[in-house]
Design a protein around this ligand. Structure first.
Ligand code: GAF
Length: 385
């Protein structure tokens, strides 16, 4: 299956690589606060067919985007204005990865790349991270580099922060690079230490549904940066380097010490969310997966009421799911639209999906897209050609 590359570039690729999107089970808006997260990889991937070039030219083409081939010189890649001043749309992500690899001292030259992605875009399922990680792995292999997966993820985050200009944390890139089949990734973003946590829901008579609300609020981009700045201001007010350093048991006293009342709920969310991740891992380790449901729902309430990143559609998924027998539900990812996850007993999956669909119809919302999340593998080389 290398027809796409051949049709664009007229030759066979040197290899094919794939990197997945993700859902985050718990630990939201904690990754830029040195906190805890627990994502799992979706079966949906960004697939890239690629070949090395020796003339320093980087050619980028996507089956999913109009606009033909973007052609760049790797020597000319620079964070500001490198993509024509408008950040270059989707092509800024892979170009940024080539830039980040080179900025870190890796000898990466030109390449032809053709992308095809099954990760829904704008759905909060990390289609950008999948694009970045697929690119990083392809370039790293084509140039014979031996870069550990977590380091590749960091470089992809750097590409997104410094080249594309999106102030994200490292969770999505780590999920795409490091997740494994049948597991959730328990990740400490403070030092990138991680553990693969078995997450075989079918064996426990459970299912995890993803409900893509198909809404993306324009507010999202600036508001993410604002939340991040608010967390940093909260940490500064407390005299700590990051909110991770605020112990859960000392939260009430810490909140009283923050003069700016608007910052208090942000701090409360981050500190309580880290505690929810710890509670979730405790339950998973004890084999009590069904009991994480209420923790997910609590996390949603915190994102809605304290962090202010939910929206009517996401709240409705959670409300309608729980009212129709789900064990728990929450928005997943950055918020302001995108997707929610719903934990259900296997036998209730259809009735809960139906109830969510009906609630959406009644509220006049667009029909949501529902699918099951079964933890898939992280980024990998698919084939040599
Ligand atoms: C987005 C960001 F890209 C992540 O880094 C993370 O902050 C997430 O929102 C919220 O948990 O997906």
């Amino acid at each position: 299956m290398t027809d796409g590359f051949r049709a664009v570039y007229g030759a066979a690729p040197g290899g094919v690589w794939a990197a997945p999107g993700r859902v985050n089970l718990i630990g939201e808006h904690t990754d830029y606060n040195d906190g805890l997260v627990m994502p799992l990889a979706l079966p949906h991937t960004c697939r890239v067919e690629a070949a090395r070039r020796d003339d320093g030219v980087l050619r980028l083409h996507s089956a999913d985007a109009p606009g033909g081939v973007t052609e760049l010189s790797v020597d000319g890649l620079a964070p500001q204005g490198a993509m024509g001043g408008d950040r270059g749309g989707w092509a800024a992500y892979p170009a940024g990865v080539a830039w980040a690899l080179r900025a870190a001292g890796h000898r990466v030259g030109g390449a032809d790349l053709h992308f095809e992605s099954s990760v829904p875009t704008g759905a909060g399922l990390s289609s950008s991270a999948a694009l970045e990680v697929a690119t990083a792995l392809a370039l790293s292999d084509l140039y014979g580099l031996d870069i550990p997966a977590a380091r590749l993820a960091e470089l992809c985050r750097r590409a997104e922060n410094d080249f594309v200009g999106v102030p994200c944390g490292v969770m999505d890139q780590m999920a795409s690079a490091c997740c494994t089949s049948g597991h959730a990734l328990y990740l400490d973003t403070r030092d990138l230490s991680s553990r693969q946590v078995p997450f075989d829901l079918a064996a426990q008579g459970l299912r995890l549904l993803v409900v893509d609300t198909r809404v993306k609020h324009a507010l999202g981009d600036g508001a993410y940066a604002e939340r991040r700045a608010g967390c940093e201001a909260g940490a500064a007010a407390l005299g700590v380097g990051s909110l991770r350093e605020v112990p859960y048991g000392e939260l009430p006293a810490a909140l009283e010490r923050i003069g700016d009342e608007a910052l208090r709920p942000l701090v409360r969310h981050v500190v309580t969310e880290n505690e929810r991740v710890e509670r979730t891992i405790g339950l998973l380790d004890a084999g009590e997966t069904h009991a994480i449901g209420p923790v997910l729902t609590e996390g949603h309430a915190s994102l809605r009421d304290d962090f202010g990143v939910s929206c009517a559609e996401l709240d409705l998924v959670v409300e309608a799911s729980n009212a129709s027998g789900a064990l728990g539900a929450r928005m997943t990812g950055g918020g302001f639209g995108g997707s929610a996850i719903v934990l259900v007993r296997a036998g209730d999956a259809d009735s809960v999906s139906k109830a969510v669909g009906e609630a959406f119809a009644e509220a006049g919302h667009r029909e949501p897209r529902v699918f099951e999340a079964v933890p898939g593998p992280g980024a990998r080389r698919v084939t040599d050609a």
